[in-house]
Design a binder for this molecule. Structure first.
Ligand SMILES: [Zn+2]
Length: 304
């Protein structure tokens, strides 16, 4: 979504597509069929942590091929199946919610819990988030899987952008006061390994930012149901399984982070995309109380 190139696991064991025998996030062995999308991709649910995911997962090679020429907007679920009305709405939203404004809002939320310090953005793409954070006083670094994009972003923003796999990344300085993952975790082949790695990169008072689609939002639940009832032309298109491998909800992810990964969740809400400043209080409170009203969510956690 917001990021143009994403990091994937380099585990050689992931060289070929394979059916999962246990949940990659909690190791639970009770995997259940959940849904099937129009591309024939099976979606499974974990009976223990209730995460949902593509099963079998794609091979690492297939992902490398996907991300070699990836801009997040092109794919079988993108323009090809968008109605003219949906396309107009998409373009209108792009104008109403420019990336700078969205990231500025995100950092304003983060700064309620952490003062500007060292920040690492994983999957920073062209670096809009880095520029916004730097202007707010953060010492920013980015990480990108694609060396060409990392170099280009460094040249265009003046920010330090490393390239490589998150799991191989080693910080040269102090630990980070914020690790920012804005619409990237759902793309990871091994999100559990990512979460453990982020935990190791955070300072004791550092915070982790995650924004993701919400599989349990009202809108996505309705789409799932309509697909099952054969009322959708493209069943399960909302999974975007051509590039999303895991499907989170704020409730289940928060529980997993706290039970399994050593985090304490300090903030969660439906994704707010401010088109203008001011008058946010009521919407913020509504989306904190009822995050499933929005199709994506935002979550801040720190080390427990
Ligand atoms: Zn699980």
């Amino acid at each position: 979504m917001a990021n143009s190139s994403l990091l994937q696991d380099s585990n050689p064991a992931h060289g070929a597509p394979a059916s999962l025998e246990a949940c990659p996030l909690c190791s639970g062995s009770q995997l259940r069929w959940f849904d099937l999308d129009y591309r024939g991709t099976p979606i499974f649910s974990c009976g223990t942590c209730e995460m949902r995911f593509v099963n079998p997962q794609p091979s690492l090679e297939a992902l490398h091929q996907l991300y070699a020429d990836y801009d997040g907007t092109q794919g079988p679920d993108a323009g090809a199946h968008r109605t003219p009305r949906q396309e107009r709405r998409r373009q209108r939203n792009q104008k109403r919610f420019p990336g700078e404004l969205k990231h500025a809002y995100n950092f304003q939320l983060i700064e309620r819990y952490a003062a500007p310090g060292r920040l690492l953005s994983i999957g920073c793409g062209s670096g809009t988030d880095l520029k916004v954070a730097r202007a707010r006083g953060w010492q920013v670094e980015g990480l990108e899987i694609d060396p060409g994009l990392a170099r280009q972003t460094t040249e265009q923003t003046g920010c330090q952008v490393s390239h490589g796999n998150l799991l191989d990344f080693a910080t040269e300085g102090a630990l980070y006061d914020c690790v920012y993952m804005n619409h990237v975790l759902e793309h990871a082949l091994a999100p559990g390994d990512w979460l453990r790695k982020v935990h190791s990169l955070l300072s004791p008072s550092g915070v982790m930012w995650i924004a993701c689609p919400n599989i349990d939002s009202l809108s996505n639940r309705t789409k799932t149901l309509m697909g099952r009832l054969s009322l959708k032309a493209y069943r399960g298109k909302h999974y975007a399984s051509w590039h999303h491998l895991f499907f989170f909800s704020p409730r289940h992810l928060a529980r997993l982070l706290e039970k399994q990964y050593g985090f304490s969740v300090i903030h969660a809400q439906g994704e707010l995309r401010p088109s203008q400043h001011g008058a946010m209080g009521v919407r913020e409170r509504a989306y904190q109380a009822l995050p499933n009203l929005k199709s994506c969510f935002q979550l801040i956690a720190r080390k427990a």
